[in-house]
Write a protein that binds this ligand. Structure first.
Ligand code: KIV
Length: 278
């Protein structure tokens, strides 16, 4: 079991050229398992909305849902470095609300840090959270909470203008105090430039191999989420058919009476015939 990481350890990974691994977790069992495999950061992503709660997008996810799942992940991985995603609507209206919600993640769910999406427009919020003692991870490029406004779930920063803007946003976020930045769905060359231009680590998803770390949605990596699979995902396992087979076997065995067998049943110290007559 790995020791609990600190913010300093995460920042130091970049200086040491050690790649950071981040993976989403939404419940206690998986969190404990992922932590024991050596995952550096457990992200309770608002992807939770789609892969666990069955919403169409991340937009409907609430503070209550995020806090509920962050608490479960913390209980499952007491020594994990846990980041909670601030859901849409919890930090956009005003700085005070954002800080109050950020503090709730730390106090009520015990996370180590929060993540929020956006560039220059969230820098004041990032600074205010930092002043209040809430460490923040940034997230630029494809930002699912506002994907509808920025052209859908497509690669960002493909032309000169948008690439420059993303580089400026990354620098502004660093200046505002983020300890790391997620780069989602941007060209690998741009992610390399951004990574080289910052002192804080970048964590890529669909952003090539030159980021300082990588993140994937665990349901994608494990092949559990079957609605769609983005091109940048590598499925390390294909669990959906395995789960389907196991559940089908269970249904059939219960129906035909072969489960439970004797080894799954208990004996009692009573006279069966007498008990039946009472
Ligand atoms: O919500 C999430 O899982 C995320 C990752 C894809 C970075 O934000």
């Amino acid at each position: 079991m790995q020791a609990r990481k600190s913010l300093r350890d995460i920042k130091a990974s970049k200086e040491q050229g050690k790649k950071i691994t981040m993976l989403t977790a939404y419940d206690a069992s998986m969190a404990g398992l992922f932590h024991s495999c050596g995952v550096d950061i457990l992200l309770v992503g608002d992807s939770l909305g789609m892969v666990v709660l069955g919403y169409e997008s991340t937009v409907p996810v609430t503070m209550a849902e995020m806090l509920h799942h962050c608490s479960a992940v913390r209980r499952g991985a007491p020594d994990g470095f846990v980041v909670g995603d601030m859901p849409y609507g919890s930090y956009q209206t005003d700085t005070r609300t954002a800080v109050e919600n950020g503090i709730r993640f730390l106090k009520e769910a015990g996370v180590d840090a929060v993540k929020l999406e956006g560039g220059v427009e969230v820098c004041e919020t990032v600074s205010a959270l930092g002043r209040a003692g809430v460490p923040v991870m940034g997230h630029i490029g494809l930002t699912p909470q506002t994907a509808a406004q920025s052209g859908g779930y497509t690669v960002q920063g493909k032309d000169d203008g948008s690439a420059r803007r993303l580089l400026q946003e990354a620098k502004a976020l660093e200046e505002a105090g983020v300890f790391a930045i997620v780069l989602e769905c941007i060209p690998a060359g741009l992610a390399k430039v951004i990574s080289q231009s910052l002192s804080v680590p970048t964590i890529g998803i669909g952003a090539g191999a030159d980021c300082d770390g990588q993140v994937l949605v665990s349901h994608d990596l494990l092949g559990i989420f079957v609605r769609f699979t983005p091109r940048f995902v590598k499925k390390y396992a294909d669990l959906a058919p395995i789960i389907s087979q196991a559940v089908t076997d269970y249904v059939n065995e219960v129906a035909e009476g072969s489960f439970p067998a004797e080894e799954h049943s208990f004996e009692g110290q009573f006279n069966y015939t007498e008990l039946l007559q009472k």
